[in-house]
Ligand binder design. Structure first.
Ligand SMILES: [Zn+2]
Length: 469
């Protein structure tokens, strides 16, 4: 298993000092079997680049990769290809940075134990870095992330969240610290266990939320929330770093909301004036306090009966149990098509809120929040399509899903751009992504640290395993 890496190791000894501190990782056979391109010096030529900065696509580009880093990017012909570089003619293809997902669970809801399907599928779908945004089995997730980082299995760079924090009336499986002191002890324990952040859940009380936020910050860790008991504005005032899901979890507009309680209905969202002063004030307070919003459009779409209900590639990945649940849900959705409160009008409001947030200067990031038929990786691809449907140009949607995510994780100078010096975490798709976001489904290679993985091979290893008990 080591022979295939011997030449790479020898090359690494000869590279410039800037890269000498990052020797190629020893990858096990369970990783290398999915790698198709592993030249340590590689030139992608004739390719269209959407670089993750939000700037326009550039056609006919050459991207030089050396020892897992991007060495240079420039126009074909103008950028010289150094001696010894392997050339890959990528005419008719587009390259973007690997996705940096901020709401990328490693569990399938209802099945708490993490499974190998998630890291395989995230990588297959183009996700090279993720935050798990709430863990059902945090120790299993920390161990899995550690195994991937040591080259024992394929997957993205996975940053793991602590268990969700909720309060009275919340899910039984989630911790609910009772005093601020308990909350601080909880934060200390999970910070020392190696989590990358915390997630507040719908029923958390204001006192506990404030204690978690304040104490996590003393550890240099961020806090996000799927809110309900707290309004967006209350959480922003407490110093929360990020809010998940956007419009549909906003309780700020509930007229008779009791402080600290999760209201039973959010029907206020159905009538709110999208361009009115109330929503503008909420958005303004988030932007003023530098609160990031995480877009989870793929899972939100799954609530709406009039919307597509799953990509066939995703449905193939479901276990027998998850497939049966999917089929039952489709029957139920069809039956309530005319009576559901999940109307086309409400879906448009969700899209419009995210557009408005970005227009006001807010930082939007994304993640699939997998569940139902929304599976790791393919759910991220669907998010890209939905962000474009929301009105973002393709280059802007790419920025939201790549560089914005990297900045959010404090990695903005290392990844999320197709630019010299950045990590060679790249997604190569067949076709003109700038013209059609659906081209994101035609993934040809996903590079992580300069190794080019075969998405089909990764997906084959996960087929039928999403939601396996
Ligand atoms: Zn979630």
């Amino acid at each position: 298993m080591f022979t295939r890496f011997m030449p790479a190791i020898l090359l690494a000894l000869a590279v410039p000092a800037a890269f000498a501190s990052q020797p190629p990782q020893m990858l096990s056979e369970s990783v290398t079997r999915h790698i198709r391109v592993d030249a340590r010096q590689l030139a992608l030529t004739g390719i269209q680049v959407i670089d993750g900065s939000g700037g326009p696509a550039q056609t006919d580009q050459t991207v030089l990769i050396e020892n897992g880093r991007i060495l240079a990017v420039g126009a074909d012909g103008a950028l010289a290809i150094p001696e010894g570089f392997e050339r890959l003619d990528m005419d008719g293809h587009t390259v973007i940075p690997g996705f940096v997902g901020l709401h990328n669970h490693l569990h399938h809801p209802g099945v708490p134990v993490s499974h190998h399907a998630a890291p395989h599928l995230y990588l297959a779908g183009g996700v090279t870095t993720l935050f798990s945004a709430g863990s059902a089995a945090p120790l299993a997730e920390l161990n899995m992330a550690g195994a991937v980082s040591r080259g024992l299995g394929p997957g993205p760079d996975m940053r793991i969240a602590a268990p969700y924090v909720t309060g009275p009336g919340g899910n039984w499986v989630m911790p609910r610290p009772e005093t601020p002191g308990d909350a601080r002890a909880f934060v200390d324990y999970w910070a020392s266990a190696g989590v990358a952040g915390f997630k507040l859940y719908r029923h958390v009380t204001p006192a506990i939320a404030a204690a978690v936020i304040e104490h996590a910050h003393t550890h240099g860790l961020a806090v996000t929330g799927h809110l309900c008991s707290l309004t967006f504005q209350e959480a922003a005032e407490m110093g929360i770093d990020r809010i998940e899901h956007g419009f549909l979890s906003m309780s700020d507009l509930v007229a008779d909301k009791a402080r600290g309680e999760c209201p039973s209905t959010l029907s206020s969202l159905e009538t709110a004036e999208m361009d009115g002063p109330e929503i503008a004030a909420i958005v303004e307070s988030l932007v003023a306090r530098d609160v990031t919003l995480t877009s989870t459009l793929a899972i939100i779409e799954s609530h709406f009966a009039h919307r597509p209900q799953g990509d066939p590639r995703a449905i193939e990945m479901l276990s027998a149990d998850a497939r049966a649940a999917y089929d039952a849900r489709q029957t139920a959705l069809r039956a309530r098509r005319d009576t559901t409160r999940f109307t086309p009008e409400l879906f448009n409001r969700v899209l419009s809120f995210e557009r408005g947030f970005v227009a006001a200067g807010g930082r939007l990031v994304a993640g699939p929040d997998n569940g139902r038929h929304v599976v790791p990786g393919y759910g991220d691809q669907r998010n890209l399509e939905l962000l474009v449907e929301a009105g973002f140009p393709v280059a802007e949607a790419v920025r939201i899903m790549t560089h914005n995510g990297a900045v959010e994780l404090g990695l903005g100078s290392d990844r999320g751009l197709v630019r010299a010096g950045y990590r060679a975490d790249l997604v190569v798709v067949a076709g003109d992504l700038a013209a059609d976001p659906a081209v994101i489904r035609s993934t040809v290679y996903v590079f992580r640290d300069g190794h080019g993985y075969d998405p089909e091979s990764l997906a084959d290893a996960a087929r039928g395993d999403v939601g396996l008990r």
